[in-house]
Design a protein around this ligand. Sequence first.
Ligand SMILES: NC(=O)c1ccc[n+]([C@@H]2O[C@H](COP(=O)([O-])OP(=O)(O)OC[C@H]3O[C@@H](n4cnc5c(N)ncnc54)[C@H](OP(=O)(O)O)[C@@H]3O)[C@@H](O)[C@H]2O)c1
Length: 327
Amino acid sequence: MRILITGAKGRVGRDMVLELARRRHEVIALGREDLDVTDLPAVRRCFTAWRPDVVVNCAAYTNADDAEREREAALATNALGARNVAISCREARTVLLHFSTDYVFDGEKSEPYTIWDSPAPLNIYGVSKMWGENFVRSLLDEHYVVRASWLFASHGRNFVETMLRLGGASGPNRSPGQPCASTVSTGLPVVPVVTDQCGSPTYAVDLAKACADLLETGCFGTYHVTNHGTVTRYEFARAIFEMAGLAVDVRPARSEAFPGTARRPRNSALDPFPLHETIGYLLPPWQDALKRYLGHRDPGTQADRPTKPVGHAAGGLWPREQEELAT
Ligand SMILES: NC(=O)c1ccc[n+]([C@@H]2O[C@H](COP(=O)([O-])OP(=O)(O)OC[C@H]3O[C@@H](n4cnc5c(N)ncnc54)[C@H](OP(=O)(O)O)[C@@H]3O)[C@@H](O)[C@H]2O)c1
């Protein structure tokens, strides 16, 4: 299949490019400078030029805290951008796989959220993603809306890298000379982490594989795709430090201890039904995913890695992707 990926330089975008190219699909990887999804004529021109069979929309405004201040920008990319891609897919009779998030829910449910639960976002990012979902569903029959949560990928920032930095691990995410808070008594770095947010971490590599499998089913609809199991942020942080072999004094904290950030759902757990019934498996447990992530982690390829593609951008691959495909 010829598959066009928007936002191809983001966390999910990069792993989608890798996974689909590995499966020998013809991949057209477009970064933001190649295609701005808020520009409908540009999206239409792209579809005419490339004539894709499938579009994977990874373009998104994803900083939930900044979105509270930059409401227009978040809505433009996540709602209007999704609308523009869906309109162009409908006109070109192209299948769309669109990503969304657990943040469309308010987190007040005591059970994991199912695909039939009604969104009620707590923050602007969640609102913008909900509107994006609604545009996709109302404009296009042949769509997959894939909600993920607590994403970690080997590109860009994520919670795991933040914890490793705060825990004192060396790596490019640590600013030169940046001290770690530490207890006088133990000398260990002190890292407060919230106990009142629980969810399912998602490794972008596993997400990309499941999405590539979903695309082969033709079973359109909404899916929850996360690694198996739920955990609080606090427990997740402890697991990260333990697996990374870091001695850290992890302190339980409440969300109120971090003022100025966007409100987040207390419960982000997503029920995967009907993922197993559709692709034949569920994603591995988050502990397994974290172990693989840490095993593959190369500090030189984390947040500070160059984002320029090799050669021409459209259809181009980045250095590490090229290496991985060659091995
Ligand atoms: N990260 C998470 O924890 C998480 C959790 C659940 C769901 N998701 C969803 O997964 C999807 C992918 O997220 P991600 O983590 O890969 O995000 P990401 O790393 O922030 O990547 C998003 C990409 O989209 C690009 N972009 C932004 N505005 C654009 C525009 N107007 N036109 C075209 N491209 C644009 C960004 O470019 P710039 O960097 O130049 O802005 C970036 O390369 C999103 O739909 C997100 O909502 C993410």
